[in-house]
Design a protein around this ligand. Structure first.
Ligand SMILES: NC(=O)c1ccc[n+]([C@@H]2O[C@H](COP(=O)([O-])OP(=O)(O)OC[C@H]3O[C@@H](n4cnc5c(N)ncnc54)[C@H](OP(=O)(O)O)[C@@H]3O)[C@@H](O)[C@H]2O)c1
Length: 225
């Protein structure tokens, strides 16, 4: 039984990953913004999970959350940074707040989480998987700031991978296409009806995130039919 850290564990892909990891016998430190979502999941999953309510765009809060997770479970086998937000539409209509929330929740959080991982466990065989998006591979209309945040994640993570070359920590970048989740609640930007389910996406991902001693899958694009 190993410990995992999953961010964005309160809903969507993060919740599906957490449920599957616990079903496989692992312990999960679940990080997310809304305590009620984490508490509801913890009630179902019991003492195999630790709910940690944290605003991941705040560096000091991320540091404290990782302290808490480490005190509970020691060094994790994998850290899966899944938390993220989207706000879509023409740039001219987007508020300062929506733009900054996307940049901070998607990009800044990635930097804070990665820094905690390399400071604490950079000399161990820890997998750090980050959930980006196909919006980090191609520009999409009415997604300019979301794309910027995800392309920013990609640039940061690819450069960090070079910096960490030769160290045992593995960086895995995951690029999913559309997932049917609360991510799209309150948005009519797309019809998410035909998107992949969080459960199926989580199942694929967990199969691919198992690093061997001499090789690993470094970049994953999850396409949908
Ligand atoms: N859904 C898609 O079509 C799609 C496609 C490609 C990539 N992605 C990416 O996949 C990841 C997971 O998305 P999802 O579909 O599972 O969405 P989701 O159901 O909305 O889950 C995202 C989770 O991240 C948490 N979160 C967001 N910002 C946070 C912050 N600053 N601090 C702490 N927690 C924060 C949210 O917490 P609250 O619930 O409290 O807000 C939520 O639990 C995201 O990074 C998203 O960009 C999604």
């Amino acid at each position: 039984m190993t410990m995992h850290i999953v961010t964005g564990a309160g809903s969507g892909l993060g919740r599906a990953l957490t449920q599957k990891l616990v079903a496989e016998g692992h312990r999960v430190a679940m990080m997310g913004r809304t305590s009620t979502k984490l508490a509801a999941l913890a009630e179902r999953l019991g003492d195999k999970v630790l709910p940690i309510t944290v605003e991941l765009s705040d560096a000091e809060a991320v540091h404290q959350a990782f302290d808490y997770a480490e005190a509970w479970g020691g060094a994790p086998e994998r850290v899966i940074h899944c938390a993220g937000v989207g706000d879509f539409g023409a740039l001219s209509g987007q508020s300062d707040d929506a733009i900054l929330t996307m940049l901070n929740s998607n990009l800044s959080s990635t930097i804070w989480v990665a820094r905690e991982v390399v400071r604490r466990w950079g000399e161990r065989e820890v997998v750090l998987a980050n959930v980006l998006s196909t919006a980090a591979q191609v520009g999409k209309s009415h997604e300019a700031v979301y794309c910027a945040s995800k392309w920013g994640m990609r640039g940061f993570l690819e450069a960090l991978r070079q910096e960490l070359k030769g160290q045992p920590v593995r960086l895995i970048n995951v690029y999913p296409a559309g997932i049917r989740s609360a991510f799209w609640a309150g948005s009519d930007h797309v019809d998410s009806g035909g998107f992949m389910s969080p459960d199926e996406a989580a199942e694929y991902l967990l199969a691919l995130l198992s690093a061997k001693s001499s090789c690993y899958v470094s970049d994953v694009t999850l396409s949908r039919f």
